[in-house]
Design a binder for this molecule. Structure first.
Ligand SMILES: CC(C)(COP(=O)(O)OP(=O)(O)OC[C@H]1O[C@@H](n2cnc3c(N)ncnc32)[C@H](O)[C@@H]1OP(=O)(O)O)[C@@H](O)C(=O)NCCC(=O)NCCS
Length: 159
């Protein structure tokens, strides 16, 4: 089935909220100790038929944008790349020169995905997710491939 990528619209809010709840335990994501409601951020949806096939949400700071969440519901079919490309295109058109994203230390698929797409590892913040877990106990102890989750890894790409 073909996938359409388009900016998030107000009418998507329910579906976006559900996707974030399924994938991130809720729309509230901890960033530098602050809760950020990803369901209220701009970004793009991937639509396949009547369903959401993916979502990317973006924090737009002057001079630098950060991907807060990127989810593909049909992995390995190009949806994640299409969503990332949409953000990169918009950022370039807005004159933004830097795009960042953070992942947890277990997220080896994201390590591959971002490094294959010109992101570099810029910073590892040991124990940050352990601290976040005290604020948000739903954060699991183990993540992908059974790896214990402790640390936050910042990736950055020059545009
Ligand atoms: C990271 C993530 C967004 C990638 O999404 P995805 O839709 O699987 O990404 P893509 O399909 O575009 O690319 C993944 C791979 O599939 C390959 N691929 C693309 N189209 C393909 C096709 N038609 N057939 C087979 N493989 C294909 C790509 O080559 C790519 O491999 P590469 O990294 O070696 O280049 C996804 O794994 C995900 O949702 N992870 C969970 C949430 C998360 O951790 N997000 C990142 C932190 S914010």
């Amino acid at each position: 089935m073909s996938v359409e990528i388009r900016p998030i619209e107000d009418e998507d809010h329910g579906a976006v909220h559900r996707l974030l709840t399924d994938r991130w335990t809720g729309p509230e994501i901890l960033l530098d100790g602050q809760m950020v409601d990803a369901s209220r951020l701009p970004g793009y949806v991937a639509i396949a038929g009547p369903e959401l096939a993916g979502l990317v949400t973006v924090i737009k700071r002057p001079g630098e944008w950060e991907i807060l969440t990127l989810d593909s519901l049909s992995r390995w079919a190009g949806t994640g790349t299409l969503l990332l490309d949409a953000v990169v295109k918009e950022a370039r058109e807005a004159g933004i020169k830097r795009l960042t994203v953070r992942t947890s230390n277990d997220n080896l698929d994201a390590f591959r995905f971002y490094q294959r797409r010109d992101f570099r590892i810029e910073r590892i913040a040991p124990g940050v997710i352990d601290k976040e877990r005290s604020q948000k106990p739903e954060i699991p102890m183990r993540g992908d491939y059974g790896i214990p989750i402790h640390d936050e890894v910042l990736f950055a790409r020059t545009l």
